[in-house]
Write a new protein. Structure first.
Length: 365
């Protein structure tokens, strides 16, 4: 642990003026009419993650310990992430978004499928190999920063621990690396010696982000990173994510149930329902021309910034089916207002409705 005297000396020499990348982030509501992320072209030649037919099932055991069924949290999902892009993943609670994110970076082992990161199929390596060879290249930001930070460790120790585990930098360099990272995420040097409970929610989320990017990863899974924050702090964190992405070429999988946030930050968006990705497109195209009935339902619930524009809200009937016993055929047919007889019999094929837009729906087959 770095002594308090060293931190005090650093404070005396550098003062309190350090503000970092986030120092000029505007406070207030996000300008949802602007999309800085979508202005950057995505190179389809530089794939950092390729997932094919990924499944993650959780066995359900009976009273005698025997397996009586499986919770199909992720069921036959294929997705590609390109370097420097943000892929938004939306869907209602319980549809499998967080499970997919954790499976893609092997925090959970896939039941089936193939996940290739930088040319390495991580489904074929052990958790030990993952920790030693791949973990610093794939990181995660969690929804609740307080529960993801060790309450008994100071902020400097939390960030230094990541460097020590991955053997990054010399011991004499790590303090400078941590303080520089705190500066980049808009925290001051004195935060180095504070405990998580002494920080605000926004500051704790900045620490969580700093811990993820200090190892210079290729991919960061952002699991609802701003859902627990108020609007002004939310805009600061999102702008920080965009700044760091531009500076370091990071690839984000951004999980959220907030369509407005997804529209602002994402290049491409996938819509997930009951373990399946039912639609995927460039974000602007998805919002302008949603094809799947479930996507249309989600977008109908987004408030319009113009009070004079009236939107026809689509109300779904019934509850989300259980992933333990999903319906046959198209998993959405039990709630779909336009379901056809074939929807009850077979899962729809993936249809390419445009070069950058695909949907799993029998209406387009």
């Amino acid at each position: 642990m770095v002594s308090e005297r060293l931190v005090t000396k650093r404070l005396a020499t550098e003062g309190h003026a350090s503000q970092g990348l986030a120092s000029e982030i505007p406070v207030g509501e996000m300008p949802m009419n602007e999309k800085p992320a979508s202005e950057k072209p995505v190179s389809e030649r530089d794939v950092v993650l390729q997932a094919e037919h990924v499944k993650k099932y959780f066995p359900v055991r009976g009273l005698l310990g025997n397996v009586v069924g499986n919770v199909k949290a992720v069921d036959d999902v294929s997705v590609t992430l390109y370097r420097g892009e943000t892929y938004g993943l939306v869907g209602e609670s319980g549809c499998g978004k967080s499970t997919l994110g954790r499976t893609l970076i092997k925090l959970l082992d896939a039941t089936a499928g193939r996940i290739v990161i930088n040319g390495i199929d991580i489904t074929k390596i052990s958790q030990r190999e993952m920790r030693t060879t791949m973990r610093k290249k794939v990181q995660m930001i969690f929804q609740d920063p307080y529960t993801s930070l060790n309450p008994r460790m100071r902020i400097g120790e939390i960030l230094t621990e990541a460097l020590v585990i991955q053997n990054v930098g010399k011991p004499s360099e790590r303090m400078d690396m941590v303080i520089d990272m705190l500066d980049k995420v808009g925290l001051r040097i004195e935060h180095y010696y504070r405990f998580p409970h002494e920080l605000s929610g926004g500051q704790r989320q900045r620490v969580g982000f700093a811990r993820a990017v200090i190892l210079n990863p290729d991919i960061v899974i952002c699991d609802e990173p701003v859902s627990a924050l108020d609007v002004s702090v939310r805009s600061q964190i999102i702008n920080l994510l965009l700044d760091m992405q531009e500076a370091r070429g990071l690839t984000y999988l951004f999980i959220s149930h907030d369509m407005s946030v997804i529209r602002y930050i994402s290049h491409r968006t996938g819509v997930m329902y009951l373990g399946h990705i039912v639609e995927e497109a460039i974000t602007d195209e998805l919002f302008a021309d949603p094809r799947h009935p479930y996507t249309q339902v989600l977008l109908s619930a987004v408030p319009s910034p113009d009070p004079h524009i009236k939107k026809n809200r689509i109300i779904l009937e019934g509850d989300l089916p259980s992933p333990l016993n999903p319906p046959p055929g198209c998993v959405f047919h039990t709630r779909c207002p336009g379901a056809m007889p074939v929807c009850k019999e077979a899962y729809p094929p993936e249809i390419q409705v445009s070069p950058s837009h695909k949907v799993a729906c029998h209406r387009y087959a």
